[in-house]
Ligand binder design. Sequence first.
Ligand code: HXC
Ligand code: NAP
Length: 290
Amino acid sequence: MSGLPDPPALGASALPAGTFKDEVVIVTGGGTGLGKAIAVEFARLGASVAIVSRDEGHRKAGVEAVEQAGGKAFATACDIRDAEQVKATFDAVEDALGLAGTLVNNAAGNFPVPAEDLSPNGWRAVTQIVMDGTFFCSREFGRRHIAAKTPGSIVNIGASYAWTGGPGFAHSSAAKAAVKNMTETLAVEWAPYGIRVNCLVPGLFPHEDEAAHIKGVSERGEGEDQRQPAGRVGAPRELGWAATFLSSPYAAYITGATLTVDGANWQRRHMLMPEFRPIREQLGKEPFTG
Ligand code: HXC
Ligand code: NAP
């Protein structure tokens, strides 16, 4: 069995050249991993791309990748948990490049932890990045377009444990559920203004920038292709192609949708489920003592 075919090579595009010519795109967390891959695909199609994140080194990597793909890049520091910083960031992007027509809410924070070990601060750190940050950026984007009477597109990056639950990731899965729900609400509220809001859900997409605490999950990196019904993991460019399609004029009637790009991994079931292992055991944690 050969599984699902490999995607076209990096550099290929399903959309016409120049689809995003004269367009500005903001990618939060666009300096690493999937955000960087998405930024690159927009740049390849003519967009100017603003990379928004906390770490200067990350932003520099995003700018280099966008420029290498032939795009104009701008970077600005922002912690998306802070609505004032988000406002200042949108002002800076508008001054440098013009009003962004697309916002990709890609930034996220996450770490595996049994729920009983998760501190209130740890819960807040993740939910505020994923849920609050996505709303603050969306709100800033929506208000500017409503005032300017211009259309726009928001692509939220989700996760399938939003609807399955995510043992070991209580904070992130709850926050991603909020992101999916927010997509559906904002799509209805803002369709009259010409603003589309969709959610793009990656399956397993390993990449070189993965945070140590994600990469370090036991058995990560071992036989990952064989763990997928597709026989392979995702290639970051595949997510970039999906994001550019969702923001393109060819998706003008698509809003409020969640597009899952995971080779059907979230639907998989065993006829006989493997032996159940509690999350503490999976994460190699000692028994909880309070
Ligand atoms: C337990 C942890 C922890 C860990 C942090 N905390 N890491 N608790 N296990 N590994 C706790 C801290 O002890 C602290 O609580 C609180 O969380 C805040 O920690 P800070 O380090 O002060 O937070 P901050 O600097 O704001 O960093 C946010 C972060 C960090 C989320 C904790 O990891 C981060 O910046 N991540 C960005 C990159 C990332 O995580 N990418 C993953 C996206 S991948 P106390 O109580 O001690 O004060 C993804 C994949 C989904 O989402 C699908 C996976 C299957
Ligand atoms: P990643 O490389 O760790 O990227 C996370 C990005 O978010 C970083 O660039 C980080 O930049 C930025 N960020 C984090 N906190 C921020 C904050 N408070 N303010 C501004 N920026 C912040 O992760 P990834 O794997 O590419 O994930 C990208 C998206 O895909 C996330 O939404 C994730 O949940 C989703 N996803 C990924 C996978 C996968 O297999 N990789 C699977 C399912 C879903 P700074 O550190 O510079 O701030």
